[in-house]
Design a protein around this ligand. Structure first.
Ligand SMILES: Cc1ncc(C[n+]2csc(CCOP(=O)(O)OP(=O)(O)O)c2C)c(N)n1
Ligand SMILES: [Mg+2]
Length: 572
């Protein structure tokens, strides 16, 4: 029998580097699933397609390699959408095989017919239908090529009759996705160096674009005597082994990172696209280097913008930079950071009967988790605690929905991470709200026997929203969660389950939970948030926005510490 188009499509995916395809089988995708079954690609059988997209997104983000997901027509291929927004925003190379009704039924509002090109336009770098069997190879190659080189989601719409059609004889060909090295011109580097060489109080603001450039960033900070703040997405790449680090700015950062950025006279943005414009300095001169030209100046006006890989750019820039000697600004920023760190580390509990705060729980997990553990946190307080209290030391990695800001990505991301890193400890820090949203995929963890360690931060609330409302001067409504004991739920679902509500015994329980050889879920009752009334008139109600509690720079300007304590210390 000659090859069918489904086999061609799967051959191309495999040649493009796809190791796994996450999804749910059914009708229009059956032929493709059977072709996958005959290939080296592993099918990961999910309970909800959204979880499949999150898993594929996390795997692709971690490995940098193309990862697939696939679903049946109509709702089966629609459910991926939120996870694909997550992937596309993270520039993770993911391909969705969105299967479609047969071609002769398209355009008649047929049962389960959905215009996927319209639906997925907003969260993809490629979105096309395979129109004939002859197009199967060419369009699949184009999809993979786009996902890998434009870094994002490619959606390939595949009508069922095409999958089953005989494929034409043709020369096989595949994708070419080698990354170029890009840096600014010599003249531009000279200009950047001239600005930096003239400045006396420089701060580096390092983002996820600094991945792979740790040593160059540290060397630049040393040359410029510059403190280095970092974005949440830059944390894993530049925070460790870095005496110039002063933490993050923004609502989930530290006062030290916040002040270093506001008080400098030149801000050097390296692969950082931090979205909250109110945290950028008004007076400082901003020099921005980013691989993506569309990032230049889009958050705040900059004095000089240039395009380049951070590593290659800094390598070329360093010989042009004079050795700065004055370290007054640097040492005051670093001193402030260390003081804040010490205060944060000093958190203790008053006795065995005391309740557990989310930050304390995270610090204990930080203490006992493996040195190279992978952490995936839910949007909400769990992500904040992870970013603030998990030390990465260059070997650990942290994942959260930091650009898309969606709930429920924690557990499914952990599935993708554990699948591609089978020997490694994967820890999921789940919110009780986020976790229950895609609870069904706990069964995927059981079925696939993935030794993921899940901890549920059970505060009985949609905590972030509780804070948002209080910060706006509102009495919180619709945030209470009536939870089961998730430890018992876990046991009933077939994995190790435990629960704890008091600080006494927490360390021992954490050790047992982490040491369990298979999947394990620990439910921890954490203090519901006690947000003190904002010290009026410091907080304006209109200052409440989005994922952050509120970002009023004016607030932090005036009485940074007070507000900081209110927002952070009072979120137990
Ligand atoms: C899919 C989705 N729905 C709603 C929101 C708005 N939202 C952000 S955080 C949050 C509450 C999260 O609650 P939980 O998971 O319990 O975490 P907590 O903040 O309590 O730790 C909500 C509703 C969102 N970001 N994503
Ligand atoms: Mg909660």
């Amino acid at each position: 029998m000659s090859k069918r188009a489904a086999d061609v499509l799967v051959d191309v995916l495999q040649a493009a580097g796809v190791k796994r395809c996450y999804g749910i089988i059914g009708d229009t995708v059956n032929r493709i699933c059977h072709a996958i079954d005959r290939s080296d690609i592993e099918w990961v059988h999910m309970r909800h397609e959204e979880a499949g997209a999150f898993a594929a997104s996390a795997e692709a983000l971690f490995t940098g390699e193309l990862t697939a997901c696939a679903g049946s027509c109509g709702p089966g291929s629609l459910h991926f959408i939120n996870g694909l927004y997550e992937a596309n925003r993270n520039r993770a190379p993911v391909v969705l095989i969105a299967t479609q009704v047969e071609r002769h039924d398209i355009g008649f509002n047929s049962i389960q017919e959905i215009n996927f090109e319209e639906v997925y336009k907003g969260c993809s770098v490629f979105c096309e239908m395979i129109l004939t069997p002859e197009q199967a190879r060419r369009k699949t190659v184009a999809a993979c090529q786009a996902a890998l080189t434009k870094r994002g989601v490619a959606v390939l719409v595949v009508p069922a009759d095409i999958s089953n059609a005989a494929a034409p004889e043709e020369r096989p060909y595949g994708v070419h996705a080698r990354a170029p090295v890009i840096r600014p011109s010599d003249a531009d580097l000279d200009e950047i160096a001239a600005i930096l060489n003239k400045s006396e109080a420089i701060t580096i603001y390092a983002g996820a674009g600094c991945a792979g450039a740790h040593d160059e960033v540290v060397a630049t900070a040393a040359r410029l005597k510059a403190p280095m703040a970092h974005t949440s997405r830059g944390k894993d790449f530049v925070e460790y082994d870095n005496p110039y680090n002063v933490g993050m700015t923004g609502i989930i950062g530290e006062p030290s990172g916040y002040r270093a950025i506001l008080d400098c006279d030149t801000l050097l943005l390296l692969g950082a696209d931090f979205a909250w414009s109110q945290f950028y300095p008004d007076k400082a001169k901003i020099v921005q280097i980013d691989l993506d030209p569309t990032h230049i100046g889009r958050r705040h006006p900059v004095a000089f913008g240039a395009v380049g890989n951070i590593k290659a750019t800094l390598e070329a820039l360093l010989p042009r930079l004079r050795q700065h000697e004055n370290n007054v600004f640097l040492s005051s920023c670093v001193k402030r950071y260390h003081k804040d760190q010490e205060a944060a580390k000093a958190e203790t509990v008053s006795g065995p009967d005391s309740t557990i705060s989310g930050s304390y729980l995270t610090k204990i997990i930080n203490k006992y988790a493996a040195k190279d553990a992978l952490f995936a946190a839910d949007d909400g307080t769990a992500a904040v605690w992870m970013l603030r209290h998990i030390d990465t030391s260059g070997q650990r990695r942290t994942f959260a929905s930091l650009l898309h800001g969606t709930m429920a990505s924690g557990m499914p991301s952990a599935i993708g991470l554990q699948k591609c890193q089978p020997g490694r400890q994967v820890v999921c820090l789940a919110g009780d709200g986020g976790f229950s949203m895609l609870l069904g995929d706990l069964l995927t963890i059981v079925q696939e026997n993935l030794p993921i360690k899940i901890v549920v931060y059970d505060n009985g609330k949609l905590g972030f929203i509780d804070i948002e409302q209080k910060a706006a001067g509102l009495m919180p409504v619709y945030t209470d969660l009536k939870n089961p004991d998730f430890g018992e739920v876990a046991k009933a679902m077939g994995l190790w389950g435990g629960s704890i509500a008091k600080a006494g015994g927490l360390e021992e329980t954490i050790k047992i939970w982490l040491a369990h050889p298979g999947p394990a879920l620990l439910n921890v009752k954490v203090n519901p948030m006690q947000l003190v009334t904002p010290p009026s008139p410091l907080v304006a109600p209109e200052a409440v926005i989005g994922m952050a509690v509120y970002t009023a720079r004016a607030v932090l300007h005036g009485k940074g510490r007070d507000v900081w304590e209110m927002v952070v210390e009072n979120i137990p």
